[in-house]
Design a protein around this ligand. Structure first.
Ligand code: MRU
Length: 359
């Protein structure tokens, strides 16, 4: 059984999330009763990871709307729009919540203009669209996993096994299930082609040490934890086949925002001629952002750096700078692995245009 970060039952209108602040020591699910709870859980990082943020945000709206009474389609549309925009404000860097909100607002606009659709139909269609997100995310992640494994294996000789580095947490906990970069690692393991995975600690929030290590042990994937500062030494000494990380937002030119520390790994990978891959659903590509310079980087509270849990590790009085993400320039990225295929950064604009044309 893989770890489940999100439990949702449409029959009982119950949404629970695994509180990731307590992992790995304690497994506790917390109820999300509506949009306010959803916003807080995302902002506090009880749930985190770009796809999981979007799914929990949208499901929190679904839970709230099941109980709400609406007088008119116009009122429904206006409330949906306001609440979705509020959810987008919970964390600014990951694009997934924003993309999902835009799609749902478009849907609400279309349905409210369609005279053949009544208020109840509008609500049902809206809810079922949100409810489908969980299954779609898992299917996309499996496709990302297979595409990524194929890509990485295409660069190694014969049947040899691969050694991969990953950063942050991109697995079941960060998604509806299976994971993106961790999905690629799972797929390599499924094909019996993974020798070893190295996961970084991912300071300051320790998603690697707390969450990825936990998932890798749970899945019995051969893995070793390293400190963020050990990547160069590891690449020099251990013949690494590839780096695979997730993304919070990919700009149209391929520049990619991901967990702080990703950029330095990409620089080091270039130096050691190790291919560096980003694995993310196609919806993580933000056609409206031309380059990484325009991506807003969230800054988190100092306390995440100065403390581990309740324990202070930094000298009192020191100033902190705590950006949660950095941007890796596209020139350092060998490929962006999506459910639609693997793209070189320079191929993204054409891929975006093709998707827009077909939709
Ligand atoms: O701050 P977090 O833990 O939400 O950051 C998570 C990451 O940076 C992940 O790599 C990214 O969201 C992709 S998760 C599939």
């Amino acid at each position: 059984m893989s770890l489940q970060s999100i439990k949702y039952d449409p029959e009982t209108n119950n949404l629970e999330i695994l509180d990731q602040l307590l992992l790995p020591a304690t497994t506790r699910y917390v109820k999300v009763r509506g949009v306010e709870d959803g916003w807080k859980a995302i902002n506090k990082m009880q749930v985190r990871g770009a796809p999981a943020i979007a799914i929990v945000g949208c499901l929190s709206l679904a839970v709230e709307m099941q109980n709400d009474k609406f007088e008119t389609k116009k009122q429904f549309r206006q409330e949906v729009e306001g609440k979705l925009n509020y959810l987008v404000s919970s964390r600014p860097t990951a694009v997934n919540m924003k993309t999902a909100a835009e799609e749902l607002i478009d849907l609400a606009n279309q349905l409210s203009k369609d005279e053949c659709v009544g208020l109840d139909d509008m609500k049902n269609k809206f809810l079922s669209t949100i409810q489908q997100m969980l299954a779609k995310d898992i299917a996309d992640n499996k496709a990302i996993g297979d595409n990524g494994a194929k890509e990485i294996l295409s660069h190694v000789a014969g049947d040899s096994l691969v050694r991969v580095i990953t950063h942050c947490n991109t697995g079941s906990l960060a998604t509806a299930g299976y994971g993106t970069a961790l999905g690629v690692i799972r797929s390599l393991q499924g094909k019996k082609r993974l020798e070893h995975v190295y996961c970084t600690e991912t300071r300051p929030y320790n998603q690697g040490a707390r969450l990825t290590a936990y998932e890798l042990i749970h899945e019995k994937i051969p893995a070793t934890l390293i400190c963020d500062s050990m990547v160069s030494a590891l690449m020099k000494s251990r013949n690494i086949s590839a780096v695979v990380v997730g993304a919070d937002r990919v700009a149209a030119n391929g520049d990619t925002a991901n967990k702080i520390g990703t950029y330095q790994i990409a620089v080091v990978a270039k130096y050691h001629q190790v291919p560096f891959y980003v694995a993310a659903p196609f919806t993580s590509i933000d056609a409206k952002v031309s380059t990484g310079e325009h991506i807003v980087i969230e800054e988190r509270p100092d306390r995440e750096m100065t403390h581990v849990g309740e324990h202070r590790i930094a000298a009192k009085g020191i100033q902190c700078w705590n950006p949660a993400f950095d941007v890796t320039p596209s020139s350092l990225i060998a490929g962006i692995i999506t459910e639609r295929g693997v793209y070189r950064p320079q191929e993204l604009k054409e891929a975006l245009a093709a998707v827009n044309h077909n939709s």
